[in-house]
Design a protein around this ligand. Structure first.
Ligand code: NAI
Length: 265
């Protein structure tokens, strides 16, 4: 894996935990300098320090991706630290339980602000330097909830569906500038975000591992996802190996969006 992102500079939001933290480490192993951005500064610093300890280049930045000035400052910090931005993984997100009738406007607004506007602001912050360079790769984190109906996540599904639309649209706008834009759509991957969603759904009867074992029965491939499943697809989409792929929202979900959400239930 060592040369796949050699000399590349990659900004990752939500890098303090879960998919973002693991993808940050994966990109660093592949040769990239990684800007680890997160709303939780200590978590961002933990990921960046672990990368630095492994001998790769990294920097930590605190950002609330829903804040325009903070998103712009994140890009500025990356440019000051490493002189360019080759890739963005716009991955920060929060869970969002509730049907359309049960959601408060405040909850709707926060989920849209982080999961959709946050992707827009992060992309907008890095695009000028990519356009100037005539090259760049952006990957956003959508969800299977952005592709198919999943019960009781109205705001989350609207935001993630918005991400798949935004990715398609930006891919067309920025292809002439050499910038590719894609999304990953993960199925269930055990992270703090999913544990929080499961708690809100009362899906954890006892041990959290039992809940994920029950969830595994929904997936045609018979298991939930791993952090590697998401990170390795993202690495591919950030690298030049995917140089003729743009505008795509790719499911990494054990086949569940193909077969239907109720598989195994
Ligand atoms: P996680 O909770 O482990 O990590 C999310 C990170 O984003 C945390 O470090 C958190 O501090 C950060 N964050 C939250 N709000 C932020 C903000 N306003 N600005 C900057 N950082 C912020 O969750 P996970 O699972 O790694 O989620 C990453 C992405 O993957 C999210 O967009 C989520 O919606 C998406 N996703 C996750 C799935 C899963 O099964 N884990 C499935 C489908 C999508």
């Amino acid at each position: 894996m060592s040369e796949r992102l050699a000399a590349k500079v990659i900004v990752i939001t939500g890098a303090g935990s879960g998919i973002g933290a693991h993808t940050a480490a994966t990109c660093a192993q592949a040769g990239a300098a990684v800007i680890c951005a997160d709303i939780d500064p200590e978590a961002a610093e933990r990921t960046a320090s672990a990368i630095a300890d492994s001998g790769a280049k990294s920097a930590a930045v605190q950002v609330d991706v829903s804040d325009e000035a903070a998103a712009n400052a994140m890009a500025t910090a990356a440019l000051e630290a490493f002189g360019k931005i080759d890739g963005l993984f716009a991955n920060a997100g929060i869970t969002g339980e509730g049907s359309a009738a049960s959601l408060s406007l405040a909850d709707w607004n926060r989920v849209i602000a982080v999961n959709l506007t946050g992707v827009f602001l992060s992309c907008r912050a890095v695009l000028p330097s990519m356009v100037d360079a005539g090259a760049g790769a952006i990957v956003a984190t959508s969800s299977i909830g952005g592709l198919v109906g999943v019960p009781n996540i109205a705001a989350y599904a609207a935001a993630k569906g918005g991400v798949t639309g935004l990715v398609r649209q930006m891919a067309v706008d920025y292809a002439p500038d050499g910038v590719r834009v894609n999304a990953i759509c993960p199925g269930t991957i055990p992270t703090p975000l999913v544990v929080s969603a499961y708690e809100q759904r009362n899906f954890i009867a006892g041990d959290v591992d039992d809940a994920f074992a029950r969830a595994a029965s929904r997936f045609p491939l018979g298991r939930v996802g791993t952090l590697d499943d998401a990170a390795l697809l993202t690495l591919f989409l950030l690298s030049e190996e995917s140089g003729w792929i743009t505008g795509q929202s790719l499911a990494v979900d054990g086949g569940v969006s193909t077969a239907g959400w109720q598989v195994g239930q």
